[in-house]
Design a binder for this molecule. Sequence first.
Ligand SMILES: CC(C)(COP(=O)(O)OP(=O)(O)OC[C@H]1O[C@@H](n2cnc3c(N)ncnc32)[C@H](O)[C@@H]1OP(=O)(O)O)[C@@H](O)C(=O)NCCC(=O)NCCS
Length: 263
Amino acid sequence: MSTQPQGNLEIRSLTTLEQFERCVVLQLEVWGYSDGDLIPRRVFLVAQRIGGQVLGAFDGETIVGFAMALPGYRDGHPYLHSHMLAVLPEYRNAGLGRRLKLAQRDDAIARGFDLMEWTFDPLEIKNAHLNIARLGAISRRYKADFYGPSSSPLQGGLPTDRLYAEWWLRSPRVMGALRGEAQPIEVIERVTVPQTIYQWKQDPEQRDLAKQAQASNRAALESAFDRGLVVVGYERDAKGNGSFLLGPWNDAEQGAWSSGKTK
Ligand SMILES: CC(C)(COP(=O)(O)OP(=O)(O)OC[C@H]1O[C@@H](n2cnc3c(N)ncnc32)[C@H](O)[C@@H]1OP(=O)(O)O)[C@@H](O)C(=O)NCCC(=O)NCCS
């Protein structure tokens, strides 16, 4: 649990080079990237200037977390691709990550966007819970080894497989999830990530187990997506294992995009 009180943390747009430099430092602290993987301050500046987003969480004058998004375009529609979300370890698990996403959503809606997307590691149970269960995102696209090799110790030397999260900002599903309501879903298949995954990734002697779990979940998710199923829910059990819940998705929730073309 967080040791920090969250009530007086403020979320604001970042605009200065000094603030963008702080995001670079936070990237180092959160992901431990080497130079080649690090997003430099100029890219934060560009994101902020060309219709993306750079939002910071302030504890007093100190930025303790940030979210960064770039504008994207597909199938005739503009959308936002959220590339990074980071909260310093001592501020985690007290709702700050969720608050940063909600601030991104408010800003996106105010500027007329219907969709925000990002990618996440399907082996990260915490992130999947936040994205699917708490924020109401869905997933139906899997990209094996999305970034190629990663220098972040969080990746544990595994291929950088990613699921796309689609956040249909004004959909009934998202609005229900944000109100904390259970979503009415039909579950046809489940794909489970064991909670031992974190330990397997970090221990070189057990890393093969993590690789096997990643490969079998990749096959299961890709097969489900090929058959038109969509991740519409996420469940954690008492032991901390996480399960993707796959079922049908109603395209009508996509508003002006309801042509099914997002796949
Ligand atoms: C992902 C991240 C930004 C989340 O920030 P945060 O402030 O901790 O997020 P929140 O507190 O809003 O939400 C975390 C949720 O995960 C839950 N959680 C915490 N540990 C968990 C675990 N091991 N397994 C499952 N769920 C877990 C929390 O209980 C909370 O859910 P709840 O609101 O239902 O109680 C932060 O953990 C982080 O910076 N991680 C490293 C970088 C990263 O992975 N970024 C995202 C991909 S770009």
